[in-house]
Write a protein that binds this ligand. Structure first.
Ligand SMILES: Cc1cc2nc3c(=O)[nH]c(=O)nc-3n(C[C@H](O)[C@H](O)[C@H](O)COP(=O)(O)OP(=O)(O)OC[C@H]3O[C@@H](n4cnc5c(N)ncnc54)[C@H](O)[C@@H]3O)c2cc1C
Length: 424
């Protein structure tokens, strides 16, 4: 079967938040793009009960895409992050609170409901010139030919472009088809998510109780409400998942020890078994990995989607620069540059979070001592605190243009100079 007639430079597969952000960013910057994905489900259907704490670079990307003003009504600022050692162990770390104002910011970022984000991205994608939406039940495979990646869809048709983006999640069919190998592992932990209202204000503080089964984290939502990520060993998570609301409410109150006062309404619960994934390359054979096709990590430190959005913004830089210089956007130089830019950011965070998580799970006293000393140093040494906070929020080594104020104009100018195809 012949490829469908279309002239996209890039085909993005998968319409989770990372895929939508990638397709929209490319098209908005001026790169003709096709998004191959299942059609968006009607608004109001609860698809994803998670929220994502998005740091300022991610918020800047949403601002550059013109989405932030409408989205911000659903989000709450995170002015501080408090870590409390609730392990009950002999050697406990001191409480540490990082304030955004320590690094000259009003907030580290905002807590954004995943559904609201996907709704906003999907609505904008449907009306963005240069972005073609191709409804499919799924992409099954990719064939790499000279100058072209051809994606085979479940319906039997094909889409072809110089570059394919695998944004099809952790089981990515496209990644496998491109021959990119991954290392995967499981943690003996499940994350339970929900939201709840509470009597006392959260004052914009996200609190992580570090417990020996994993963290119990509240993140501010608008008003007196917070989202909750409660990590437990799987059998306990299953028990909590099946508790009647009144008992679950009481269980939250016990864990919070009165921090947010009486708990009111609680939302529906969902469970996510925790695992990790790293690839041996972030791009290869005309396929670039974006979002969870390229990295999976536990929900500690709110890194996952922030990484996914940095993937999107970095890929846009690589593609625009290649096109502006008359180079192939899916060629090996672009594959290598994207991989080299993403590897330190992704791998560094996966390692740090893995170590932090394992120090919680470890039964060994020396490990608790090292962790306690590390957090003590963080609480006491200001320059170290500032460095950790700055790096936690955004790597300083490379900030993609869409994550800088006014970055979209720079990209659009580069695209216009190169006379990129941008169908109206
Ligand atoms: C409990 C929990 C809390 C979290 N909190 C935070 C946080 O505070 N901050 C943060 O930054 N991150 C957080 N994360 C991580 C964040 O939720 C994920 O990184 C993000 O949702 C992944 O988005 P994605 O688009 O990469 O993947 P997905 O959302 O999995 O999207 C993949 C899409 O591809 C589609 N697809 C799959 N296969 C195919 C195919 N063959 N063809 C076409 N389409 C296909 C799927 O249907 C789906 O729509 C958290 C994660 C968990 C588990």
């Amino acid at each position: 079967m012949n490829p469908l007639p279309q002239n996209s430079q890039v085909v993005v597969v998968g319409a989770g938040p990372a895929g939508l952000a990638t397709a929209l960013s490319l098209a908005t910057a001026g790169v003709a793009t096709t998004l191959a994905a299942a059609p968006h489900r009607p608004a109001g259907l609860s698809r994803d009960r998670r929220t994502a704490a998005l740091f300022n670079g991610s918020v800047e990307l949403l601002r550059n895409l013109g989405l932030w003003d409408a989205l911000s009504a659903h989000c709450a600022p995170i002015a501080a992050i408090r870590l409390i050692d609730d392990t009950g162990r002999l050697f406990r770390a001191p409480e540490v609170t990082f304030h955004a104002r320590e690094v000259g910011l009003e907030a580290f970022g905002y807590n954004v409901p995943n559904d609201a984000l996907v709704d906003a991205l999907s609505a904008r994608a449907a009306m963005t010139p240069g972005l073609t939406l191709h409804a499919t039940a799924g992409a099954n495979a990719v064939k790499i030919r000279a100058g072209c990646a051809t994606i085979q869809l479940a319906e039997g048709d094909e889409l072809a472009a110089p570059l394919a983006v695998a944004a099809d999640g952790r089981q990515s069919a496209l990644r496998q088809a491109a021959g990119i190998e991954v290392k995967t592992w499981d943690y003996p932990q499940t994350a339970l998510v929900t939201w709840f209202t509470h009597q006392r204000p959260h004052h914009g503080i996200s609190t992580e109780f570090h417990r020996s089964a994993g963290p119990f984290t509240t993140v501010p939502l608008p008003g007196n409400a917070s989202s909750l990520v409660w990590v437990e060993e799987p059998a306990e998570a299953a028990r909590l998942l099946s508790l009647p609301d009144a008992d679950f409410r009481r269980a939250i109150e016990i864990r919070l020890s009165g921090l947010l006062g009486t708990i009111g309404e609680i939302g529906p619960r969902a469970a996510f078994p925790l695992s990790g994934l790293t690839p041996n390359a972030f791009a290869m054979n005309r396929v670039a990995l974006v979002g969870e096709s390229g990295h999976v990590l536990p929900p500690i430190g709110a890194q996952g989607l922030n990484l996914g959005l940095r993937d999107a913004a970095t890929l846009v830089d690589c593609v625009i620069d290649a096109l502006a210089e008359g180079r192939d956007p899916g060629g090996s130089a672009v594959m290598q540059r994207y991989s080299e830019l993403r590897a330190p950011d992704v791998n560094g965070r996966i390692t740090a979070i893995d170590v932090l998580n394992r120090t919680l799970l470890s039964p060994y006293l020396p490990v608790h001592l090292i962790r306690g000393f590390g957090l003590y140093a963080l609480s006491a040494v200001s320059p170290l605190r500032r460095k950790i906070v700055q790096e936690g929020v955004q790597p300083t080594s490379y900030v993609p243009r869409l994550m800088r104020p006014g970055g979209l104009n720079q990209l659009q100018n580069a695209a216009a100079t190169a006379r990129l195809a941008s169908p109206a």
